[in-house]
Design a binder for this molecule. Structure first.
Ligand code: HEC
Length: 326
């Protein structure tokens, strides 16, 4: 069940391009599974209509079509559950009514960088949601990570220590509009659940997850979830390990290593390491300012120091030297 993912990266000073970034990070074909489902129902209805030759049969078909059309929203409502897993085991699952029965919601106002403007939401404090879904000791393991997976395939990961900070809210209603305001360049529907943060620096650029269409929250050890990504046998304070820490915080939601990680950007080690077909200088310059090279979904990382970039290179180098996975 772990094939979802999510958005954006830019700090508020980049708010204009942010919206584009977030949008681009979404896979267009998967943007709204609910709509696709409706499409299927409509197709079934049309087919049923064509098959009816006799009047009675046609009436029956039309009836069937309406039943299908009416059933679609019910099927959707059924599906809008937030699942919780510890490791590979699903431990809980709630729909909105069940969450509302167990947690107090509140109004939240914030500058939402995904929309580039002030927004008002009805939301549950993230702490309460995680305590309910993962159990009261969810934040005890400081080494663990929380993986957030969305219906559209986006996935983000953040350390427990970061997710445990104040400021996270699980939004279930947009108070500014009737339904939900489409978000991102793909104009995705953020429903059913959208994770936001109220702190000024709690942006995706600083490693805070902002998934919309959130479907699964998983508490897991990074090494177990993505065993291919950490640098094998690297000393904890080596440049490769520091580079990996940066990669995990800023890059893995978009990039994979040996097939594990995000799906928005290319794999940076398979089948070939990025360092085997690009020069180190170019890779470093690109990471810091991809926008100088291309119109791209990859955000600038202008705040990375020369040391940070060298650490990332050391990490890519380390991965390129490891034996290839089967
Ligand atoms: C929001 C998604 C996103 C994030 C975050 C992201 N990238 Fe990218 N990256 C991309 C995409 C998409 C491409 C594909 C090429 C393009 O669009 O320019 C890319 C391309 C690259 C390339 C290859 C350039 C080339 O074509 O040779 C490198 C290297 C790279 N990224 C490194 C990183 C590193 C390191 C980080 C973290 C510091 C990072 N990226 C963060 C989306 C992202």
């Amino acid at each position: 069940m772990f094939f979802y993912a999510n958005p954006g990266t830019l700090a508020e000073e980049h708010a204009t391009s942010f919206v584009e970034t977030a949008q681009d990070q979404r896979s267009p074909s998967l943007k709204t599974r609910p709509l696709q489902r409706c499409g299927l129902h409509r197709q079934a209805a049309a087919t049923a209509g064509r098959q009816g030759f006799g009047t009675r049969l046609r009436q029956l078909s039309l009836l069937l079509a309406w039943v299908l059309v009416l059933a679609a929203p019910l099927a959707l409502a059924d599906e809008a559950r937030l699942e919780f897993a510890v490791g590979a085991t699903t431990v809980a699952s709630f729909d909105l009514d069940e969450l509302n029965a167990r947690i107090a919601s509140q109004d939240v106002g914030l500058f939402d960088p995904e929309y580039g403007k002030q927004k008002h939401y009805r939301a549950f404090p993230l702490h309460d949601v995680l305590r309910l879904g993962l159990g009261p000791g969810w934040a005890d393991d400081g080494q663990a990570d929380i993986f957030f997976q969305a219906i559209d395939g986006y996935r983000a990961v953040s350390p427990v220590s970061q997710v445990a900070q104040d400021g996270g809210f699980l939004v279930f209603r947009d108070l500014d509009v009737e339904d939900w305001e489409p978000v991102g360049r793909m104009q995705a529907n953020p429903a059913p659940f959208y994770l936001v943060w109220t702190g000024a620096n709690q942006t995706t650029q600083h490693g805070y997850p902002w998934p919309w269409q959130l479907a699964l929250v998983q508490l897991a050890q990074f090494d177990e979830r993505y065993p291919q990504v950490p640098p094998k046998d690297a000393a904890p304070d080596s440049p490769a390990s520091r580079g990996f820490a940066l990669f995990k915080q800023r890059c893995v939601r978009c990039h994979s290593i040996n097939g594990q990680g995000g799906v928005i950007g290319p794999d940076l080690n398979a089948p070939m390491s990025i360092l085997s077909y690009r020069s180190i200088d170019l890779v470093k310059a690109f990471i810091r300012h991809p926008s100088l090279y291309r119109h791209t979904r990859m955000p600038d990382h202008a705040d990375l120091s020369e040391q940070d970039l060298d650490a990332l290179i050391a990490y890519f180098w380390h991965k390129s030297r490891e034996p290839r996975p089967e």
